[in-house]
Ligand binder design. Sequence first.
Ligand SMILES: C[S@@+](CC[C@H](N)C(=O)[O-])C[C@H]1O[C@@H](n2cnc3c(N)ncnc32)[C@H](O)[C@@H]1O
Length: 218
Amino acid sequence: MSEEYTEEQLRVIAAQLRQPNGDFGIQIGELMNSGNARMNRHTIAVLNPSPNDTILEIGMGNGYFVPSIIAVDKSIHYTGCDYSVIMVQEAKRLVKSSRAKFVCGDLHTLPFEDSSFNKVFTINTFYFWDDHSRALDEIKRVLTPQGKLILSVRPKHNMGSFPVTQYGFSKFENDEIKTLLKESGFSEIKLTHIHEPDGEVFGDSKKRECAIFEAFKE
Ligand SMILES: C[S@@+](CC[C@H](N)C(=O)[O-])C[C@H]1O[C@@H](n2cnc3c(N)ncnc32)[C@H](O)[C@@H]1O
């Protein structure tokens, strides 16, 4: 079934996807869990949570997928950082574990010490970064030497077909992202490109793709 959204409604949804807020933000958090479920599962498979990992996720939304990460091994520690107050509150409410911590903060000034995490991952946040090179430097700072970044996005040619992304989303093709990663000093860049089955995106049935980049801090 297809549903029409007004321009104003699309603008409001786009702003909520960027930074969920209030009661509607809670609903948007739940919609993201279903709409991005496959992408989250594929990314967590690439993340490959392993014993003694200290993992940072940037922009975890309400933390729905966190239990599947920390369940892999009792020595795994997870931290989620999101600049949406309501998402941090929801994640704290939904995920109760001494090995999962949720912190409010902006990725351009991450509230963590240098070399705090051996893996950093982020899903569907790249479109909202204000300064990609500063953000990548900040991720490098909090990664341990030879630490790994996993960055998951829907590429421009796919995102461009979702009307909501006309409002404040920066879209990139895979080769542009690879260049940004290289310029920021990440190496051994590997890409997994996945075609998902069609799914609903705010009223329309759409093809969805996801690009999962793995890159090491040099
Ligand atoms: C579109 S949602 C994606 C949620 C989830 N990762 C997913 O793929 O379903 C983007 C999330 O990233 C957060 N976010 C966006 N920009 C951010 C920034 N500069 N710093 C921290 N969090 C940010 C938003 O608050 C929101 O929770």
